[in-house]
Unconditional design. Sequence first.
Length: 408
Amino acid sequence: MKFSLQHTVSAAVVAAAAASSVCAAQTGRESAWVGTWASSFMAAPEGNHTRPFALTTLRQIVHISNGGDRVRIRFTNAYGVDPLTLADVHIGISSGSSSIEAKTDHAVTFGGAASVRIAPGAEVYSDPVLLAAPPLSDLAISFFIPNQVMRAETYHDFANETNYVVDGDMAGAASLNGATTIDSWYFVDGVDVPAVESSRTIVAVGDSITDGALSTKGANSRWPDVLAERLKKVPGLENVAVLNQGINGNRVLNQGYGPSALSRLDRDVLAQNGAKYVIVLEGINDIGRLARPLAPEDDIAAENLEFGMRQIVDIAHEHGLKALGATLTPYGGAGYYSDKGEQIRETVNEWIRTSGVFDGVIDFDKITQDPANPKRFNSAYDSGDHLHPNDAGYKAMGEGIDLMLFAK
């Protein structure tokens, strides 16, 4: 197969596009597109995750928030050290497992070309695709990586979704027989739909509790999923989308497993089309390091976390976004619990509630705590590790958010 119709995208072009999105937020100019699904990407550590993909098809399943009569896909080579070539890209409505609903498969182009070459550090949007995508539906995004050895440095580790890899160019196949399953997303970090009246987006910035750790795989029961489903039922809020930008192990101040919250705001929040609100649920991993510090910067105080959160709020405000502070959920009994960390958690939570820094407060601590022992999860919401909620806990979190926080 030949891939002569190919567009090359440089980091400079994508940076200009991101700057344009930020400029639109600053000036109040409405975007023609609104984000309906996104994921925060990171550099894969050495080992199995930096697997070579060559002469391989990937099919990845994403659960969107808003629907539309067209979609466009954002691909990323943010952490790549080599150019990334994608060819024979397809999108359709998932019918479960690796299968696509009949007659929904559509080929995807890039400036009319059938393939695209993405430079290291760059991102690229596809051309619009005339696909009727219902709200809260699952899309299957497939693409072929041609004859090259591509080290997969750019990925989202914990998709909590089953994705598929198969040899050869099978991107247009109705199902991928004999495919290998993978638990991460590679190279696809966003889906947009056309903006309509009252379209806007909530960006949830967080760690594994936002990412949905220990929720049921493939069930879309993370708290941002619950919030998105609730919004669809409220007149006037049905066009408010939710983007989940959680990363397992994420921290506010320092690098953890993935870039810190402060270092990823431009890409993961400000550059998201239609972004009007950011929910900040971060800090428990900063606190958790106090149990076993690995570096001098791990020895934090409440004032350090408050400073970092205030920075996030100030940046959001400068770009026209409202910032909502979420209190840190209980972690008594967790593997990295410490008395010092608990004191900081309680201090920071009270600061979130009372300082007035945030435009609104979501009290996840009160929602999930054991009334008889506020340092611990309510047993009905505890996944068993005393750090992450179970499905019931995530549901309580999503249902406990005051939707009027997102009224214009």
